[in-house]
Design a protein around this ligand. Structure first.
Ligand SMILES: Nc1ncnc2c1ncn2[C@@H]1O[C@H](COP(=O)(O)OP(=O)(O)OP(=O)(O)O)[C@@H](O)[C@H]1O
Ligand SMILES: [Mg+2]
Length: 204
């Protein structure tokens, strides 16, 4: 089973993935892989650095940014996610194709249909069984964080478009999405998540 976590900066994706993986392993599931985008593996780490911490003075073009992220996704699916799923493992992934739609599409204004087409190509059509959207006011999410990457330094209006974009994407694929109120405590979010995730993971 393939589960992705999406949401604005500081919405709790990394926190919830770690908790969920710990809970699943405590229940005896050792086949759970946690991973993230961008930045899996040595190539992913280089690509992540190019996007989030580009060489000084470089103004990264939005389309170039998208294509670097898609290169990361293609490598991630082919070399990490797909092999693990083919071995009957489960994958929990921190950000995936919906983040490209939300950030580079809704956030930066690139064409949504083109991003969808490129996502399908980069992922070889691999779609999550479940996507957990941690919905949060971006002002709250940004206030939770200390360090700021290039993406997090974008204006609040950018992050508001990203949030609204995620909600729009979820509304267009309701059966794939579980939308949770990420302003709740981390415990409350984890409790709300568990029934749906255990159902999906338990399903044949
Ligand atoms: N439900 C919550 N309520 C309050 N604080 C939280 C909650 N969940 C996580 N946090 C805290 O908020 C900060 C951001 O959480 P986390 O790193 O999990 O978010 P993220 O979505 O992975 O962020 P990023 O997009 O930057 O990777 C952390 O300090 C974390 O401990
Ligand atoms: Mg995170």
């Amino acid at each position: 089973m393939f589960i992705t976590f999406e949401g604005v900066e500081g919405s709790g994706k990394t926190t919830q993935i770690a908790r969920l993986a710990a809970r699943l392993r405590a229940e005896g599931r050792q086949d759970v892989l946690t991973t993230r985008e961008p930045g899996d593996g040595p190539l992913g780490q280089e690509l992540r650095r190019l996007v989030l911490d580009p060489p000084m003075g470089v103004d990264v073009d939005p389309l170039a940014e998208l294509l670097i992220l898609l290169a990361d996704r293609a490598q991630h699916v082919a070399r990490t996610i797909r092999p693990h799923l083919d071995g009957n493992g489960s994958v929990l992934c921190d950000r995936y194709a919906d983040s490209s739609l939300a950030y580079q599409g809704y956030g930066r204004g690139l064409d949504l249909a083109e991003i969808e087409r490129l996502n399908a190509y980069a992922t070889r059509g691999l779609t999550p069984d479940l996507t957990v959207l941690l919905d949060l006011d971006p002002a709250v999410g940004l206030a939770r964080q200390r360090a700021r990457t290039r993406m997090e330094k974008e204006a609040l209006a950018f992050h508001q478009r990203v949030r609204d974009g995620f909600l729009d994407i979820a509304a267009r694929a309701p059966s794939r999405f579980l939308i949770l109120d990420a302003a709740q405590s981390a415990d409350a979010v984890a409790d709300a998540l568990w029934p749906r995730v255990s159902f999906v993971l338990g399903a044949p």
